[in-house]
Design a protein around this ligand. Structure first.
Ligand code: G6P
Length: 614
């Protein structure tokens, strides 16, 4: 979703801002813009519908000098994608320019009041209200911008990360957050701003994560100053970024998504590193050790997540219930937050999120807090909002995921859930030491087995070409592979725009079977482990109706292969680890179908990587 970049310092801002926007493209957006104050004190705003390269073309022959500036990629919420709705927005006096990520819920009533007072609006956005309101507070109360910003922000309902510059004070840039992330890079005599760390890492690894309801004042030649919304001074905490530039570049792959699929053997090794003792079969998660008692005494576990993370959560339910014998519920964060869920202080709530910024999951956390339940976050982005809002948890350590369709973050979430289940199971005594040792040893072999599956990339790419005609797909799986069927279908939908349904295989008879004819591709996850005979019967039922079968089978299988039009092989493993393998060919299948259809796999239409609005 919307991306924010800001710069103030000794260098020319424009190249830094444009490069920063390019780094943020992965988040998904429909327009881009920037504002700069030049050395003559002129404030210019340039913005356009389209991509960052369209913005670059727009400014190619314009004055883009200046050492202070803000830039934005917009993902439309209020008002269609268009030049005039793109950010930055001016204030009435044209002295202020502002960019915003989030949604202002009371914008309509504020706009009506401002219109009545003679303010003119150029866009349909909620954002323009903020900059006009700040201007109004300055004018009516004869206040400085510094004084007006907190006052104006206190009037807003909703979520925001904003950055504002003022042509009267080109030595200063002001930023604030409530519900949407902002990171400040602290360089030598310069400040950078980003809605995540990717636009900053090239210039400095010293960062301050702005906290909820904080306002930051970045002034040339002065120390960073932070206050809360009541104007109380806060102490900035500078942290070191654990990110390396090569992690956010394509490294020779044509797309980030393919790079990230191929990174999975390594990301899984990293996510397990230092947490497994193969000899003793012991799993060590510091987040578990610190809250041992509460985790062991959990009456129930509730997993809250969205999208792919929700699918990982479903697999987590199967794992935790099987290994640790604790009942687990899996909730869509967006549903959970708006009903009146029954929560007990001895519940453990596990929010799962790649980005750590998903608005609905953050709201589910806030809701759970009041019940006294323990909040154990599973998150990929270090320092993001979710780990900071939870009591404890663990990182998945998959590294930056840039492709909008989540791949390596999913397998890292699943393996982290295994580690969590194993560590609770050992302490609770629900798993014998011998069985635990077997599982831990097998987990070590999973990265190598994934690498073997990736060798089928060319075959999968050839098979994918056969199915570009399809308008629908069905994905079937049972037990541990039912969530994988959902995830396989989601991957295909997200990047190829082909409609796909994931179903528990046995449910096929209760509806989807009516859809099957000789044009319908049915992807069946049918490994040897689990409910092999049952799924074989399901395949027979599809075959009898002339459906086209693409199966995921265990190496050496003969029966399913004989019934399939096409098949992908995965090495044998323990039943509970099959999802870590069976999802890999489905990720590649979705990728290659999308490529064959000429889709933009890294930035699919309408989707955002980090969904910071509800
Ligand atoms: C968006 C992304 C998905 C992701 C979901 C949840 O829809 O496009 O890839 O699974 O948000 O995001 P989270 O960061 O909370 O895992």
């Amino acid at each position: 979703m919307c991306g924010i970049v800001g710069y103030i310092g000794h260098r020319q801002a424009s190249p830094i801002l444009i490069k920063g926007l390019t780094r943020l493209e992965y988040r998904g957006y429909d327009s881009a813009g920037l504002a700069l104050v030049n050395d003559n004190g002129q404030l210019s705003v340039y913005k356009t519908k389209g991509k960052v390269k369209d913005l670059e073309a727009l400014v190619a022959d314009k004055d883009t000098t200046g050492t202070v500036g803000i830039a934005h990629t917009r993902w439309a919420t209020h008002g269609e994608p268009s030049d005039r709705n793109a950010h930055p927005h001016w204030s009435e006096s044209k002295n202020l320019a502002l960019i915003h990520n989030g949604i202002i819920e009371n914008y309509q009533s504020l706009k009506t009041q401002l219109l009545a007072m003679g303010y003119h609006f150029q866009s349909d956005t909620d954002t323009e209200v903020i900059v006009q309101l700040v201007q109004y507070v300055m004018d009516s109360h004869k206040m400085s911008l510094e004084e007006a910003v907190p006052l104006a922000l206190n009037t807003l309902t909703g979520a925001y990360a904003i950055v504002i510059i003022d042509k009267e004070h080109p030595d200063r840039m002001i930023a604030a957050r409530k519900g949407s992330p902002l990171i400040i890079g602290v360089g030598d005599d310069e400040y950078l701003l980003g809605s995540d760390a990717t636009p900053i890492i090239e210039y400095t690894d010293r960062v301050v994560y702005l906290d909820e309801e904080q306002i930051a004042f970045m002034e040339r030649g002065k120390d960073l100053r932070i206050v809360d919304l009541r104007n109380v001074e806060q102490t900035p905490v500078i942290q070191r970024l654990q990110l390396d530039l090569s992690q956010i570049e394509k490294g020779g792959f044509p797309h980030f998504m393919l790079k990230e699929i191929f990174e999975q053997p390594d990301t899984l090794r990293t996510s397990m590193q230092g947490r497994l003792n193969v000899e003793t079969g012991e799993v060590k998660l510091s987040g578990v050790i610190d809250f041992r008692k509460r985790l062991l005494n959990a009456r129930r576990i509730i997993i809250c997540a969205c999208g792919t993370s929700w699918h990982a959560g479903l697999i987590g339910k199967y794992i935790i219930e099987e290994l640790a014998r604790v009942p687990v519920e899996v909730e869509y964060s967006s549903e959970f937050r708006y009903r009146n869920p029954v929560l007990y202080p001895d519940d453990v709530v596990i929010p799962i999120s790649q980005s750590g910024e998903t608005a609905d999951t953050l709201a589910a956390i806030q809701l759970s807090k009041s019940s006294g339940a323990l909040l154990f976050g599973i998150c990929n982005v270090v320092g993001s909002s979710i780990p900071r809002a939870t009591d404890t948890g663990c990182y998945t350590h998959a590294g930056p995921e840039i492709g909008v369709a989540s791949t390596k973050a999913f397998t890292a979430q699943v393996s982290t859930l295994f580690l969590l289940a194993l560590s609770i199971a050992r302490e609770k005594g629900t798993l014998s030491a011998e069985r635990e040792r077997v599982l831990v040893q097998e987990l070590q072999h999973i990265p190598g087995k994934i690498a073997k599956i990736l060798e089928q990339d060319k075959t999968i790419s050839d098979i994918a070409k056969v199915f570009t005609y399809a308008r629908n797909f069905i994905y079937l799986g049972r037990g541990y592979n039912y969530p994988v069927a959902l995830e396989g279908a989601l991957k295909l939908k997200e990047i190829s725009y082909i409609h796909a349904e994931g179903y528990p295989a046995a449910e096929m008879k209760h509806g989807p079977i009516a859809l099957i004819d000789d044009e319908m591709p049915v992807v069946v996850i049918a490994p040897k482990r689990g409910h092999y005979e049952k799924i074989l019967s399901n395949i027979q039922e599809i075959k009898a109706r002339k459906g086209r079968i693409i199966s995921v089978v265990t190496e050496g299988d003969t029966d399913v292969k004989a019934l399939s039009d096409y098949y992908f092989e995965i090495p044998d493993t323990e039943e509970c680890f099959v999802p870590l393998l069976s999802v890999i060919p489905l990720q590649l299948l979705a990728y290659h179908i999308a490529i064959a259809k000429g889709r933009d796999v890294d930035q699919p239409r309408n989707l955002a990587k980090s969904v910071t609005v509800e």
